[in-house]
Design a protein around this ligand. Structure first.
Ligand code: NDP
Length: 454
């Protein structure tokens, strides 16, 4: 006899992955509820990609103004008003949250604005004690900033706090060398904050192409970020006006604020997951198979909480594949190959596929690369350089990786990624006519490899 449930699907978490899965499942006729303890939209919309990108836009204005002089414009004194921007930023986030909420409601999803935990493989318990049974449970609770334990830095900010600052600090020390540390270093420097960044390793943005990392770091320094590599905090103490930090490389300085951007961890704690039989990995992530299914057949998980690739478009695809698999009767594994991404530093970095180092370890490859001063900044007298790079498998001629450091590299890599995902060869790039005069035309005009590896 078929068991009856209150719901077909209970989604825990109203971020990119959870909202998409709930909405699409409900539009297909499923009876769906979603619980979110914070604001609808999750990390991406409320405290991540969206507000960050708006801050990026605000922070690039001084560069544009400086360039204007190089083009013959006489520009008056300009200053940035953080409270004005912040107010506008938050009303935009309110608007977007409203859109997410309306999308769910219009699709027929019941929203519970409170925390939910798993009571058993088919039962969810809300903070107010209400329980629902569901044929399927989808956990999409995302992640949160990881606070590296650094004595003296207990009251340091994390990325969530940046968007709510009452005033911009005069100086900030950013710890970390990943996406978030490097993006905020550029954003805050652009907004006029004196930025120092400590990274413990040899070069920021570990995992990206070496040449691209070097060029981004160079560009960040040119824009005023005091980037110190191989540097950690030796000692920290709170003093009047901020935190006095002694660097492992020597010297002590007082910073008004300290920002820990030392990674993110999945939100799995206290959710009743292990008690229900769900396997949790070493980093606290929910372990899932290619269909986003956990060890408990009725419980699935998508997005950052699964520790696969922490990017919004990936979470959305995982959510869609989950719905197709579970409600569409069409088992759909998630394709995690050749996922492009961009780091919104200044200069921007766009990347898809293998780096030179990764490819070189796998067999013979040819590296095509060019680094030059683009027409626009050369004319204005700015030192900026761009990088266009292709990693090509010698035998098959396939382009295995593409790495771009340039203005709007995120926009460019999206298009290059289509070709790379389709399996384009170097000769396919070559027979594509250039668009002139652009920076990206270099991607189809590089004739000779600069290196051969493997
Ligand atoms: P990352 O993993 O990218 O970077 C974490 C950084 O913190 C690394 O540089 C790491 O150093 C350093 N670190 C870790 N622990 C310590 C410690 N104890 N002391 C000092 N340094 C430490 O994490 P982020 O938080 O920057 O970003 C998380 C994820 O969010 C990204 O991987 C990405 O998937 C996503 N994201 C994407 C964005 C985009 O698409 N533009 C923007 C922002 C986030 P080490 O390298 O030595 O390990």
């Amino acid at each position: 006899m078929a068991t009856s449930f209150d719901l077909d699907l209970f989604v825990i978490g109203g971020g990119s992955g959870g909202v998409r899965a709930a909405r699409v499942a409900a539009q297909g006729g499923a009876k769906v509820a979603l619980a979110e303890e914070s604001r609808m939209g999750g990390t991406c919309v409320i405290r991540g990609c969206v507000p960050k990108k708006l801050m990026v836009f605000a922070s690039t204005v001084p560069g544009t103004l400086a360039e204007a002089a190089g083009y013959g414009w006489r520009v008056g004194a300009a200053s940035f008003d953080w409270p004005v921007f912040r107010k506008k930023l938050h009303s935009e986030l309110d608007r977007l949250e409203g859109i997410y909420r309306a999308g769910l409601v219009n699709a027929g999803v019941t929203i519970h604005d409170q925390r939910a935990v798993i009571a058993d493989p088919h039962r969810v318990r809300l903070a107010d004690g209400t329980e629902f049974t569901a044929r399927h449970i989808l956990v999409a609770t995302g992640g949160r900033p990881f606070r590296a334990e650094i004595p003296g830095c207990e009251s340091a900010m994390v990325s969530d706090d940046v968007f709510n600052l009452e005033t911009l600090p005069k100086s900030i020390l950013i710890i970390g060398g990943g996406y978030i540390a490097s993006e905020f270093a550029c954003v805050l420097a652009g907004l006029g904050v004196k930025v120092t960044q400590f990274y413990r390793g040899e070069q920021i943005l570990r995992g990206f192409d070496g040449e691209a990392r070097d060029l981004v770091a160079e560009g960040m320094r040119e824009r005023g970020v005091d980037l110190r590599l191989g540097t950690t905090i030796e000692a920290a103490e709170e003093v009047e006006g901020g935190t006095r930090i002694t660097a492992s490389t020597g010297g002590a300085e007082v910073y008004e604020k300290v920002l820990l951007a030392t990674g993110r961890v999945p939100n799995t704690h206290g959710m009743g997951l292990e008690e229900a039989g769900v396997k949790i990995g070493k980093a606290g992530e929910i372990v899932v198979n290619e269909y986003s299914q956990t060890d408990v057949p009725s419980i699935y998980a998508v997005g950052d909480v699964t520790g696969r690739i922490a990017l919004t478009p990936v979470a959305i695809r995982e959510g869609m594949a989950f719905v197709e698999t579970v409600f569409g009767g069409n088992p759909t594994p998630v394709d995690h190959e050749l996922v492009p991404s961009a780091v919104f530093t200044q200069p921007e970095l766009g990347s898809v596929g293998l780096t030179e180092d990764e490819a070189g370890g796998r067999g013979p490859v040819e590296i095509y690369a060019t680094s030059f001063r683009p027409m626009r900044s050369a004319f204005a007298g700015a030192p900026d350089r761009v990088l266009m790079k292709l990693v090509v498998e010698t035998e098959s001629r396939r382009v295995l990786g593409c790495h771009i450091v340039s203005p709007e590299a995120g926009e460019l890599i999206q298009l290059a990624a289509v070709a790379v995902k389709m399996g384009a060869t170097k000769e396919d790039f070559d027979r594509t006519c250039a668009v002139h005069p652009t920076m990206a035309e270099e991607l189809v005009t590089m004739k000779m490899p600069v290196r051969r590896l493997g």
